[in-house]
Design a protein around this ligand. Structure first.
Ligand code: SAH
Length: 243
């Protein structure tokens, strides 16, 4: 098994110790990602150690939130949807760290969905699936709208647009977890209208608790009531005319 020293150390520091089965999956995931990335544009990160830090450990920043949410909502399994998952971030690392999660990975680009399907199969992930589609469309389908306990999205859009993509997928009481960059607080301020319109509230903007991941902050949102039926607006509008 290939050692993943950076991931092992950072995961422990986050209170998310990884067992041998999880580390083995992460190693295979890294190899598959870097291999496919030569043909399909999945990530700009190409250095193996950077994969451990910027993609894997960065995704694991969300694990403590999921654990706390699960304690408060013992309905099992927790259903998580990752919007604009791309190469699988943060959805696949979360599924590896918390195998009980039920994970749906959504992406609008067919080639990325082909990779996600391949990764799910290669890693033997049960209760995980990839869906090809745009969030604006899935958000109106009965199988997706209001069906999830948790929605995540990383590096997909600025927060007002992102909330319109993501929140219609949540049930009332559901949790939105959005890793953002250094201007997370400004983005959260920009998203006040979107939050009010979509009936959600900002819970926190938490800087990453580790020096090495200091560029990331987690925006935490709670869905308080169902999203009004007219949202998300038709494909393209949430980005073109953000709430
Ligand atoms: N979350 C990954 C990928 C980010 S790139 C990571 O952190 O590395 C953004 C991804 O979002 C792309 O794969 C793109 O296809 C997808 N995307 C953008 N807009 C979307 C939409 N409206 N619905 C679904 N997927 C979308």
């Amino acid at each position: 098994m290939t050692a993943l020293p950076t991931l092992t150390r950072l995961a422990e520091a986050l209170g998310v110790p990884l067992d041998d089965a999880a580390l083995d999956r992460f190693a295979r995931y890294r190899d598959l990602l870097l291999d496919w990335n030569q043909r399909v544009n999945l990530t700009r990160v190409t250095d193996p150690t950077e994969v451990e830090l910027r993609l894997f450990a960065d995704s694991l920043l969300l694990v403590p939130y999921l654990r706390r949410f699960r304690e408060a909502n013992p309905a099992t399994p927790l259903r998580l949807v990752d919007v604009g998952s791309g190469g699988g971030f943060p959805g696949i690392p979360l599924k590896i760290a918390l195998p009980d999660l039920d994970v749906t990975l959504v992406d609008a680009t067919a080639k990325k969905v082909a990779f996600l399907d391949a990764a799910i199969a290669a890693l033997g992930l049960a209760d995980a699936r990839a869906v090809h589609g745009r969030a604006e469309e899935l958000g109106h389908l009965p199988d997706y709208r209001g069906r999830f306990d948790v929605v995540t999205a990383r590096a997909v859009a600025r927060l007002p647009t992102l909330l319109e993509y993501c929140l219609p997928l949540l049930r009332p009481g559901g949790l939105g977890l959005f890793p953002k960059g250094r201007d997370a607080t400004a983005e959260a301020a920009e998203a006040r209208t979107a939050l009010a319109t979509l009936h959600a509230r900002l819970v926190a903007v938490d800087p990453a608790p580790l020096e090495e991941l200091a560029g990331t902050a987690i925006v935490v949102v709670e869905q308080t009531m169902p999203v009004p039926a007219s949202y998300p607006r038709r494909a393209g509008l949430p980005a073109k005319r953000p709430l």
